[in-house]
Structures are given as structure tokens and as C-alpha cells.
Ligand binder design. Structure first.
Ligand code: NBG
Length: 835
């Protein structure tokens, strides 16, 4: 019988189904998609493709998969009545995106295979990604963890922020000094962002207001601005871990308005038009490094108002598009103010509702207060934002009127409740009138919000007792604590794959999604010899990996068998990197004096940026490098002590650092660090902490057990007492031989090639003021370090402590933080997205 061709159906069955280039998740589909993107998006063939072309092709391939779920999320949201969260933050330090997206989608291995079939190496492509440094440190990184956790918990939310063209500067070290280099992160393009030119709002500045009564007899205010810019949305999708929810980071970019261009063209002023375009775009040009004296930085206030107004207008647009009434705004949105940077939102919300949508003041105020909540992130009084009144009046004249009206009503209410004594009214006022007049942004945020939270238990207590005491007395119910957390997806699964695999092999992978509940199961292996051996082997491999990064970046060779003692964070006096240096020099002196002594070999590693105008912090960097220079070149201490300053601490470098730490330095003066989140990343990766009773250290210690935490130093209360009783640091230096010797080396120019002037400002400020009590804590710190040496000699015991730390860190997942915000502040629930 003649062979017949099959029917259509059988033919289809026999032919391989073409993989879906846009959404397929198997290696073959991914491989095709990568080739497709290389050709059609990058315009390259493999022979001419650079590593960046391959990275871009892979990134677009992954992005397509994310977009698919993102559309479904939007679809579900638009058709529902569900409340969503808007997280307003001037910073989102999201870090490299490729790796985290692969983990969320669960296609890490598939993409690795696909890439390998194309002759590429996934690790090299991951390394190619330039990270968006759109934040300074903890605060911006927290915002990034929170947006990821929101998606993982299937809560609908948007992170609203600023698309800075230049993020946090890159740090180079030249001759031991920090040198700032502009961060051109967009140079090679950003495959993760989706520009939305059709989502755009006009933002006004300057001018004056006109007050009148309209034809219905209502009192109205017109704001006649003198200048406007356009905000354009740029979206970055944030997928949750192994769920269909994809949330959104919507970052605003400033552009010139068309009317401006046209106006100038019509009078023939071409260059005038170009000028206005350039100055409009300046608004989102660069991120401000924190710890800068911010007062009077007009551009910074412009940035804040710009992104806040875009975001609120966007929410109103979506709200109305969903068919809701503006009076229900607070039932559709919970808006979190991440520190005071977005707190102008309180006044802008009132302006939009009252001026633009003709709502009564009282109704608008109810909506505003019910919508907003404010997170405070600092205990340093000098860090509380305030703006000079004249600047405010000039830039935002209508907002100043609104703030004054909010203030008048608020202070009347306080007086009516019989709570007014003279001092208190002056302290509560939204306007600081103690000298030159200022608008106090924390007060505005507090009055305009229904909840105010600190970021660790001690921090919240100190807010109530000290920094915001008057507000606490007026509104005790508004205050609550939500301790920070970090996402285990980035800070364990992505950055410490070996440890994550070991844990999963023992207890399954549920801990990745619900760390709080499941990670504790590894506790039962804490004494298991094989498990301990694996644990140690992995730590060692991570140390080898970091050692090679250090070698590449600094040329210093370090020994992975030594104890890796690490302090990485912004450089600030209150964080006391220089206390760590005092210990290093003490160790050095001890070895020099007693060359035969058996010490535990240590590598002390520092990393962190200093604000460009913070001279003392920059001098601390120079000090670390100078001390490193002497110690690393002294044959007497070789093999026993090394010091490294790893330049350019950022998210990418952090991936290599936390997993390699034996010891985590969390040594701020008690009562100064609001929470800390690096402390959590270290402990989650099995480092033991040496720390003060400050910020979240206290809760970490409670969670992991005091026997698994190295505590030293004065408590916040003792710090206060010592200071009030009169603190004379010189006395400590005189009564402690080792401290005296260390100081005399620094003062005598031993680490500065004989120059006694270089570190004089630091030495003098320690001897005469020592605002952060390094000397008072010195002895306790040194003794604690001795206990650490002793503990480290017993590797079984140390490993057990390390395992117990990880096992008990579940509560520091940002999923727990977000769950608390959702329940206690936002009143939002999870929404299932189906694809
Ligand atoms: C920082 C605190 C940290 C805290 C992070 C995140 C600011 C203003 N604050 O202690 O110093 O962990 O915020 O909450 O950056």
C-alpha cells in the first residue's frame, strides 16, 4: 500500500511545536528567543556580538517572560476593587536585575543551559549588568526589598520614585582617598525599563496664587505657576518569587513641556527653548548623596515635589479609570512615605483634592490622613529634613499656604485638647520659628498620616521618648514599630547559592517563600557532623570567591583560612568604622610586641562610601587605607593580620561580601542606628555578629540567642547618662595603656609617613569630644574581640553558632515586615493573579 501523507492533525503532532519565542520557559524556547532578540533588538549576529549584546539579548528574553505576567496583574487590578499600596520613595537601590528575575521566574538553570548552547557563560553575562544605583544605602535598599516582598506576598503595589540619570557615584580609591566618579549606569542602555511616553503629567513650580470666590460662592485658590516641567513614566517590572504577581516600579523622568518649547520658538528664541529643556531635565539628573547638608538645595526640593506630584496624579488617573469616586481614594490606596523625602505629598494631595477637584477641606483632610502613613528612618536630629521658608514660598507658594492652614488647624486642635504649653506648641509646629524660619517635613508627615512607624523596636521607643515625643503625646495611637527585613531571594538564594542549595537539600525549598516558618528546620542539623562540614566548606568557598574579588580590585592577597572580619556600610562617625580601626591597631601592636604569640589570623575588610562633602568620613577612609598600607607591608604580622578597603560598595559587590563573612561588625553607638539591614544580611549568611545594643541588633540577638551573639558596649540609656554626667574621653585614653599607645601612633604620624597633621582632626575630635563614645566603648570592644578569637578556635562550636544564626533569622525576611505593614497599617490583602 502506498504510503499516504498524514492528516493535518497527525502532521501537527509529528512536527515539533514551535516554541513560543515570547513566553516559553524551556531551554529550547529560551535559546530561540535569545537569538531572536540578539538579531532583532540588538541588531547583531553571534559572530559580531559583544558580551553586552548577549547580556541585552538574554535580558530582553527574561523581560518578555515577566511582561506576560505583568499584563495579567494589571488586567486583574483594573477589573477589581482591591486596595493597593503605593510606596513613595526618593530611592530604590534595586541592584542588578537579571539574576533576581531568573530566580523569581524559576528559570535560572534553563537560561544557563540555553546560554551555554549559544556558547556563552551565564556568570559572565550576569557580571556584565551595570546596576542602577538609585539609592544611597539602607533606606533605598529597604525600598527595593519591600517592593519584591510585596509581589511575593501577592499584594498589589507600585513603588514610585525618580529615574536618576546618574545614581550614587562610583567610588575609586586613589592614594588612599575616596574619589567620586559619576555613575553612568545608562551608558549601554537599560533593558529592564519600559518607557511610557503616554503616561505623563505636568508639574508646576513658582509663581503666585490668586484667591477668589467662584460663582457658587465657594472660596477658591488659583495657583499661577511660573514654570512647568513634564514627568514621564519609566516602568520596571518586579516579579514576585514563583507567583504570577508582577508589581511595578514607576520612576519619573523630567522633560521640558511642549508649551515651553513652542513659546520660545514663536519668538524666535531657539537657544532659550533649548535652555529650558536642559534645565527641566536637570530635575532628575542626579541622586543626592545623603549626609550632605541639604538645606537650601533647591533642586532637591524640586525633585521631591516633582516625583510626588507625578505619582499622586497617576494614582488619581488610575483610580478614576477604574470607575471609582475620588471620595473613596483612601479605600483604593495606602500610601507609604519612605522617610520625609516624599512628605510634600501631604500638601500636594490636599491641593489636588481641594483646588483641582473642588473638594471641601475637611473631606480632603480625612482622605489624606486615612491614605498616608509615614516611616521614620533616623534618630540623628541633624538628619531631619527642613526647608527654609523663603525657598519654599518661592518654589511652592500654594503648598506653603496649605501647610500653614494645616498647621493652624492642627495647633488649634492641640490647644483645644488642653495639651498646649508654650514649648510644646513651638516644637509641634510645622514651622520652625526658633531663628530663620523653616518648614519641618517630619512634622508635616506626622500630622498628615494615620500611622507613624520606626524601623526597629528600640528606634520606635526612642522616637516616642525623644525625637518625636511631643507627637507621641498628642497622638499615642499613631505610633507603632515595624522592624526592617531583607529579601532572602536576593540575599541568600541569589548571592549565596551554595548555602541555599545545602539548606534546600535538607529541608526542601519552602523556606525561600516563607522563611519565618521554615528556615528553623535546619536547627536540628546544628550538631550534625556532615552538615557542619558542608557548612564550613561552603563558607570557605565563599571566602575564596571574595578573596579573588579583593585581589582583582585591590591587589591585596588575603588568606581564606583567616577569620574574615567585615564592616560594610556607609562611612559615618556614628557607625564607628574608626573604632574598628582602633582594634586593628591594637592587634598590630600586640603582635609587634609579642611576635611569637599565637593569634587567630584575621582579615579585616571594610567597604562603604562617604558623602562627598563629609570630610571626617573621607578621612576615616584614608585612615583605613593608611593603616592597611603599613600593616599589609609589615613582615612581622604577615600571615596574621591583613586589612582591606574594598572600593565601591554597591549591591553587586555586596553579593560577594555577605556570604564570605565570619564576623559582622555592627558597632554603632547605641541609640544612633535606626535599624540596620546589613546586620540582617550578614547573620542570614551565617556570620556571627559583634555588636552593640542598637537598632535591630537587639532583636537579632534575641532571635539567635545571646550565646550566639557577641555583645559589647554601653546601652542607649548608659550613653545618655554618661553624656549628661560630663564625658571626658581623654581620661579613658590616659587610663588605658593600649588605647594610649594606639592614639599616640595615630597622632605621631606612624600611619601617615611621619606626618602628624594628617589624622590630627580625627585624633583631636576623639580626645576632646568623642561624640560617639569610641573611647568609652573601647575596652569592652577589645575584650569582646578576644572572646571572638577564643570562640573561633573551636570550629565545631563556631559552626554550630553560625547554623543557629541562620536557622533563627526567619523573622528578618522582608516578607515579615511587609506582612506587618499590610495588617497593621495598610489594611490590604493578597490578590491571586492567574495567567
Ligand atoms: C537608614 C538608617 C538605617 C536603616 C535604614 C532603613 C536613612 C535616613 N536611614 O539604620 O540609618 O536600616 O534607614 O530603615 O538612611
Amino acid at each position: 500500500m502506498k504510503k499516504t501523507k498524514g492528516t493535518k492533525a497527525t502532521r501537527a503532532r509529528k512536527q515539533p511545536v514551535p516554541p513560543n519565542v515570547r513566553t516559553g520557559l524551556v531551554p529550547r524556547a529560551l535559546e530561540r528567543a535569545i537569538m531572536d532578540n540578539l538579531y532583532y533588538v540588538q541588531g547583531r549576529v553571534p559572530r559580531t556580538a559583544t558580551r553586552n549584546d548577549w547580556y541585552m539579548a538574554v535580558a530582553y528574553t527574561v523581560r518578555d517572560r515577566v511582561l506576560h505576567r505583568w499584563m495579567q496583574t494589571i488586567e486583574t487590578y483594573m477589573g477589581s476593587k482591591d486596595k493597593s499600596v503605593s510606596y513613595l520613595s526618593a530611592e530604590f537601590l534595586i541592584g542588578p536585575q537579571l539574576g533576581s528575575n531568573l530566580i523569581s521566574l524559576g528559570i535560572y538553570d534553563e537560561v544557563r543551559q540555553a546560554v551555554a548552547r549559544l556558547g556563552q557563560n551565564l556568570d559572565e553575562l550576569l557580571d556584565q549588568e551595570e546596576e542602577p544605583g538609585l539609592g544611597n544605602g539602607g533606606l533605598g535598599r529597604l525600598a527595593a526589598c519591600f517592593v519584591e516582598s510585596l509581589a511575593t506576598l501577592e499584594i498589589l503595589g507600585v513603588g514610585y520614585g525618580i529615574r536618576y540619570e546618574f545614581g550614587i557615584f562610583d567610588q575609586e580609591i586613589r592614594d588612599g582617598w575616596q574619589v567620586e566618579v559619576t555613575d553612568k549606569w545608562l551608558r549601554l542602555g537599560n533593558p529592564w525599563e519600559v518607557p511610557r511616553p503616554e503616561i505623563t503629567f505636568v508639574i508646576n513650580f513658582g509663581g503666585h496664587t490668586e484667591h477668589f470666590v467662584d460663582h457658587e460662592g465657594r472660596y477658591r485658590v488659583y495657583w499661577i505657576p511660573s514654570r512647568s516641567v513634564r514627568g514621564v513614566a519609566c516602568d520596571i517590572a518586579v516579579p514576585g518569587y514563583r507567583v504570577n504577581t508582577v508589581n511595578l516600579l514607576r520612576l519619573w523622568k523630567a522633560e521640558a513641556t511642549e508649551s515651553f518649547d513652542l513659546g520660545a520658538f514663536n519668538v524666535g528664541d531657539y537657544y532659550g527653548a533649548v535652555d529650558s529643556k536642559v534645565s527641566s531635565e536637570n530635575i532628575t539628573k542626579v541622586l543626592y548623596p545623603n549626609d550632605e547638608p541639604i538645606q537650601g538645595k533647591r533642586l532637591r526640593l524640586e525633585q521631591q515635589y516633582f516625583f510626588v506630584s507625578c505619582s499622586l496624579q497617576d494614582m488619581i488617573r488610575v483610580h478614576l479609570r477604574r470607575g471609582h469616586d475620588l471620595k473613596d481614594f483612601h479605600e483604593a490606596y495606602a500610601i507609604q512615605l519612605n522617610d520625609t523625602h516624599p512628605s510634600i505629598a501631604v500638601a500636594e494631595m490636599m491641593r489636588l483634592l481641594v483646588d483641582e477637584y473642588s473638594m471641601d477641606w475637611d473631606a480632603a483632610w480625612d482622605i489624606t490622613q486615612n491614605t498616608f502613613a509615614y516611616t521614620n528612618h533616623t534618630l540623628l536630629p541633624e538628619a531631619l529634613e527642613k526647608w527654609p521658608l523663603p525657598l519654599f514660598a518661592e518654589l511652592l507658594p500654594r503648598h506653603l499656604e496649605i501647610i500653614l492652614e494645616i498647621n493652624r488647624r492642627f495647633l488649634d486642635e492641640v490647644r483645644a485638647n488642653g495639651m498646649a504649653d508654650d514649648g510644646r506648641i513651638a516644637r509641634l509646629s510645622l514651622i520652625d520659628e526658633s531663628g530663620e524660619r523653616f518648614v519641618r517635613m517630619a512634622n508635616l508627615a506626622s500630622v498628615g498620616s494615620h500611622a507613624i512607624n520606626g524601623v526597629a523596636a528600640l528606634h520606635t521607643e526612642l522616637l516616642k521618648q525623644d525625637v518625636m515625643r511631643d507627637f507621641y503625646e498628642v497622638y499615642p495611637k499613631k505610633f507603632l514599630n515595624v522592624t526592617n527585613g531583607v529579601t532572602p531571594r536576593r540575599w541568600l538564594v541569589l548571592s549565596n547559592p551554595l548555602l541555599a542549595e545545602l539548606i534546600t537539600r535538607k529541608i526542601g525549598d519552602l523556606w525561600i517563600r516563607n522563611m519565618e516558618r521554615h528556615i528553623k528546620k535546619i536547627e536540628r542539623y546544628a550538631d550534625d557532623e556532615d552538615f557542619q562540614n558542608d557548612w564550613r566548606r561552603i563558607k570557605h568557598e565563599n571566602k575564596v570567591r571574595l578573596a579573588s574579588v579583593i585581589d582583582q580590585r585591590t591587589g591585596v592577597e588575603v588568606d581564606p583560612d583567616s577569620l574574615f572580619d567585615i564592616q560594610v556600610k556607609r562611612i559615618h562617625e556614628y557607625k564607628r568604622q574608626h573604632l574598628n580601626v582602633l582594634h586593628v591597631v591594637t592587634l598590630y601592636n600586640r603582635i609587634k610586641k609579642n611576635p611569637q604569640s599565637h593569634v587567630v589570623p584575621r582579615t579585616v575588610i571594610f567597604a562603604g562610601k562617604a558623602a562627598p562633602s563629609y570630610h571626617t568620613a573621607k578621612l576615616v577612609i584614608k585612615l583605613i587605607n593608611s593603616v592597611a598600607d603599613v600593616i599589609n607591608n609589615d613582615a612581622d604580622v604577615a600571615g596574621r593580620l591583613k586589612v582591606v578597603f574594598l572600593p565601591d560598595f554597591n549591591v553587586k559587590n555586596a553579593h560577594a561580601i555577605y556570604p564570605a563573612a565570619d564576623l559582622s561588625e555592627q558597632i554603632s553607638t547605641a541609640g544612633k542606628e535606626a535599624s540596620g539591614t546589613g546586620n540582617m544580611k550578614f547573620a542570614m549568611n551565617g556570620a556571627l555578629t559583634i555588636g552593640t545594643l542598637d537598632g535591630a541588633n537587639i532583636e537579632i540577638r534575641e532571635a539567635v540567642g545571646e550565646e550566639n551573639f557577641f555583645l559589647f558596649g554601653l546601652t542607649a540609656e548608659e550613653v545618655k547618662r554618661v553624656k549628661s554626667e560630663g564625658y571626658y574621653p581623654m581620661q579613658y585614653a590616659e587610663s588605658n595603656d593600649e588605647l594610649r599607645e594606639v592614639i599616640s601612633l595615630l597622632a605621631g604620624g606612624f600611619f601617615s609617613r611621619g606626618d602628624p597633621n594628617l589624622f590630627k582632626p580625627l585624633v583631636d575630635s576623639l580626645l576632646w569630644q568623642d561624640e560617639y563614645l569610641l573611647f568609652a566603648d573601647y575596652r569592652s570592644y577589645i575584650e569582646c574581640q578576644e572572646r571572638i578569637d577564643k570562640a573561633y578556635r573551636d570550629q565545631e562550636k563556631w559552626t554550630k553558632m553560625s547554623i543557629l544564626n541562620v536557622a533563627r533569622m526567619g523573622t528578618f525576611s522582608s516578607d515579615r515586615s511587609i506582612r506587618e505593614y499590610a495588617e497593621k497599617i495598610w489594611d490590604v490583602k493578597k490578590v491571586k493573579i492567574t495567567v
